[in-house]
Design a protein around this ligand. Structure first.
Ligand code: MN
Ligand code: MN
Length: 325
């Protein structure tokens, strides 16, 4: 699995998958983003969670499950994204587990280095506040489109006290207010479950986001949802954020706010594959909480979804690679 560039994954037919050091997909580990096309990172932070936490332990468990759940070749392209592009495990962003504001600064600083080196970030959370500091880096110059899979819209103004505006349920409202995402190029898919009140989706709808509730998802069918993703995201730079609770709670018990009645892994994978052709500038999978994930099944799903994102991001990266790099 070595193309001579120094970027390679361990061949599972030479070193069994249960042996050796753990990194995302058995990628090489480096702290230096120079020359990396796609930087796979963790953000071990769950200070934005208002209910059941534990997602700070997500990156470590997703790394471990990714070693076992993922082999290097993709079944559709029958090639390896890790050979087409230079992937590396950049480790975890620094965080301050007792200060949310400081953590946001530290995470932003970590992604600034990755972005400056020209690498696209593929992130394992962490809670769903994690995309905010990432977007503050990669969308600083212009708003990006957003493909957001989730049971929840995450566009609340605040929880508990109006002075505290940053938590995992306010991320995409703050991102829209800060001009980081274009609401007209934002699609939220899988929204469902009991609500806090009558206006839970108010900001999403008023700002022009396309909200595909789970009821509409099943009414439209997968193929038309995939068309709708492409239509809404359009031609510009687009970020992908996947809250694992988008999937039915049967598949992802290991998350803070599981919701029943969702789509399954098969549909999630099909939607990720349907992103081919979009200009992807980064992606994340968040809200895996290992203490709630007995058996590791939720982290396993997250690892495979990250592999599917790696496959589709590799093509974006190749299409946009600066000649000579
Ligand atoms: Mn959610
Ligand atoms: Mn969420």
């Amino acid at each position: 699995m070595n193309d001579g560039s120094g970027f390679s994954v361990k061949d599972p037919l030479l070193t069994p998958r249960f042996a050796g050091h753990i990194s995302f997909f058995r990628l090489p580990v480096t702290e230096d983003p120079a020359g990396v096309d796609i930087a796979v990172c963790g953000v071990p932070f769950d200070g934005g969670v208002g209910n059941r936490n534990g997602a700070r332990l997500g990156p470590r468990q997703i790394r471990e499950l990714s070693v076992n759940a993922v082999k290097p070749y993709h079944p559709i392209s029958n090639s390896s994204p890790f050979q087409r592009c230079r992937f590396a495990d950049l480790g975890d962003a620094p965080v301050n587990p007792i200060d949310l504001g400081h953590s946001l600064e530290l995470i932003e600083g970590f992604y600034r280095r990755i972005h400056a080196a020209g690498a696209l970030p593929l992130t394992a959370g962490g809670d769903h506040l994690v995309p905010l500091p990432i977007l503050r880096v990669i969308a600083r110059d212009r708003p990006v489109g957003l493909v957001h899979l989730d049971a929840h819209a995450d566009t609340f103004d605040h929880f508990f006290d109006a002075r505290f505006r940053y938590n995992h349920g306010t991320t995409f409202r703050r991102a829209a207010e800060e001009g980081l995402i274009d609401p007209k190029r934002t699609i939220q898919i899988g929204i469902r479950g009991p609500r806090f009140g009558p206006d839970d989706l108010g900001f999403s709808l008023r700002s022009g986001m396309r909200v595909v509730t789970i009821e509409e998802f099943f009414e439209l069918g997968l193929a038309r949802v995939i068309d709708e993703i492409a239509r809404v995201a359009g031609d510009g730079p687009t970020y992908v954020s996947i809250d694992v609770d988008a999937l039915d709670a049967v598949y992802v018990p290991g998350t803070g706010a599981p919701e029943i009645g969702g789509f399954g892994p098969r549909e999630a994978i099909a939607m990720i594959r349907g992103l081919a052709g979009l200009e992807l500038v980064g992606a994340d999978v968040v809200e895996v909480s290992p203490p709630l994930d007995s058996g590791g099944g939720t982290a396993r799903i997250a690892a495979v979804l990250m592999f599917e994102l790696a496959e589709v991001m590799a093509d974006t990266r190749l299409a946009r690679r600066v000649p000579g790099r």
